[in-house]
Design a protein around this ligand. Sequence first.
Ligand SMILES: NC(=O)c1ccc[n+]([C@@H]2O[C@H](COP(=O)([O-])OP(=O)(O)OC[C@H]3O[C@@H](n4cnc5c(N)ncnc54)[C@H](OP(=O)(O)O)[C@@H]3O)[C@@H](O)[C@H]2O)c1
Length: 335
Amino acid sequence: MINLAIIGTSWITQQFIEAADETKTFKLARVYSRTEEKAQAFIDGLSKLDGSAVKISTDLNKFFESDDFDTVYIASPNALHFAQARLAIENGKNVIVEKPSTSIIREYTILDTLAHEKGVYFFEAARQIHEPIFKKVQSYVDDNREQLTGATLSYMKYSSKMDSFLAGKKPNIFNPKFSGGALYDLGVYAVYDSIVLFGTPNKVDYEPEILSSGIDGSGSLTLKYDNFDVNIIVGKTKNSYMPSEIYFGKKTLLMDSAGDITKLTEAGSDKKLSEIPTTKSDNPMDSEAVEFARIMNENDTETYAKLSSYARKVNRVLEQARTSAGLVFEADKEK
Ligand SMILES: NC(=O)c1ccc[n+]([C@@H]2O[C@H](COP(=O)([O-])OP(=O)(O)OC[C@H]3O[C@@H](n4cnc5c(N)ncnc54)[C@H](OP(=O)(O)O)[C@@H]3O)[C@@H](O)[C@H]2O)c1
């Protein structure tokens, strides 16, 4: 059994806990929150599992000194991931940290190196690449790679925090202090798609629409490969219903989203559309929870190295994109 603790008490942590619980391999042992009340409310809200034995910490150092858990899931604002993950690794804990795991590539390298030295796992939770539907996309691309001529990936969702931002508040996700914005929050999914499906791009260029807080509300990212381009549209200030597409000359593969694929359609060279049968779990975090548990239990170093390599490349591309646009986070100033 993997004894799990969590940092962050928002809905995404609840979703991960439910996915982890379904694996029958993780057991929630401890919750960290800045306040006892929020931690207790979070535990009380876990209707699908018994939280009566779950402990609470409100002091981060004491939390990591606890020996009742070996793995921590971190879902705090992006800019806090680095310090929290470093403390976790220094205390010998395995870390599953939400995407993007770091604000700058230097932080990624430090955590990756430290995790190797300490002999613990450091996973970036890029849920979509573990889902069966994404694996279908991967095998479609592999089978048709010789005809590959590019892709257009779109992921734009009007943020649940946008109205509050428009009302003059500064929610974490629109605050450069917390390394938020459209590219780091949603673009990261499309960058993952590109890195996993097509490899590392030769050139990265980001054209953002900057909000009054100094963060990107939306933007257009181009990844240049040897023989084709991947054009990515991301946004947190509008809703898009545009499909994402991967081109193979006369044929096209359509996905209904770059970050949360639920439907795949093939447009053949005769332009006829046919849906590709797929499966999708109700909880999009199920597959990653199963995979992280499997890798740790089987000590599957080969798959772990592959995931680490994807994460390193994604974090580097995000930083390159930001740099190309002159988009500055507070984490840059701490370099
Ligand atoms: N994989 C996915 O599908 C998915 C979906 C959504 C989000 N995410 C990722 O999950 C992470 C969290 O996102 P979110 O939208 O949940 O963030 P959030 O609501 O801003 O914060 C998450 C938690 O962090 C703590 N926190 C908030 N502000 C803080 C501050 N100023 N100082 C210290 N702790 C603070 C809070 O916990 P306490 O008050 O209990 O301390 C809060 O519940 C991000 O990395 C995001 O990219 C992933």
